[in-house]
Design a binder for this molecule. Structure first.
Ligand code: URA
Length: 246
């Protein structure tokens, strides 16, 4: 009995979570015009596509750590080589490992909703992870795995050169910012990500991971993520959609 009540509560919470990021918005992912402007000219775009393809090929062959021999598929990342925004998560889960694509499971579906709520499409942004292969049982990434894998992401960031990186969750934020601060301390404000010595810093907004949001349903947590995304839109001079109706 108690179990039934728990399950229906969880179902209701997730339904509400969904409407928070889509409710009040008539946009459909693939039908609405996107506000995201282009940044690269044709030649630089072609170069970026080629270089991103080369990195993906290296990732697919990579055996630098034990995760390489445990994976079904590596997950190099995907999206717009001209993206203004890059979302960076922790590492592939079971669904991503099965498909070779980032954020395609439940956490990914929530990320898609957030992107749509921002007035964008998944194809406007680039989505990648700190780790390109799934750790067994989704355990936390180990330092040696991050050290081996992070250069792939660093190169992707350098090629795409987004205006803003959104770091989803503590492992992504801590790795990109080289800090031990908690996600609670980091989120909600822009930090500087340095692609290399002497390079112009890229603005980085840490926020809660969508998997954390799914596990820790609360209006406050959802509102915090939405506030963080509104700051991202404002920084890019993109229109901020009306808050979802509740
Ligand atoms: N969680 C992540 O951090 N990355 C994914 O690709 C999927 C879930």
């Amino acid at each position: 009995m108690e179990n039934h009540a728990d399950i229906s509560k969880v179902v209701r919470q997730h339904a509400e979570m969904d409407t928070f990021f889509t409710g009040g918005f008539t946009r459909k992912a693939e039908s609405s015009p996107s506000h995201a402007p282009q940044q690269k000219d044709d030649a630089s775009l072609a170069k970026a596509v080629k270089e991103l393809g080369e990195i993906a090929a290296q990732v697919n062959q990579c055996r630098k750590c034990q995760l390489g021999s445990l994976r079904t598929n590596a997950v190099p990342g995907e999206g717009n080589p001209n993206a203004q925004i890059m979302f960076v998560g922790e590492g592939p889960g079971a669904d991503e490992d099965a498909q070779g694509r980032p954020f395609v499971g439940r956490a990914g579906q929530l990320l898609d909703k957030i992107i749509i709520a921002m007035g964008l499409k998944r194809s406007d942004v680039f989505i990648a992870n700190i780790l390109k292969c799934r750790p067994p049982n989704n355990r936390d990434p180990r330092p040696d795995e991050i050290i081996n894998c992070f250069p792939y992401l660093q190169q992707q960031i350098e090629i795409i050169n987004p205006e803003i990186i959104v770091a989803l969750g503590a492992p992504a934020a801590k790795t990109l910012l080289n800090t031990n601060k908690s996600i609670g301390q980091l989120r909600g404000q822009f930090h500087d990500y340095y692609a290399g010595l002497g390079s112009v810093p890229i603005k980085l907004m840490p926020t809660y991971h969508t998997a954390y949001l799914l596990r820790n349903y609360s209006p406050d947590n959802r509102r915090r993520v939405w506030e963080d995304m509104k700051k991202v839109l404002a920084e890019l001079d993109l229109p901020i959609p009306e808050p979802p109706k509740r």
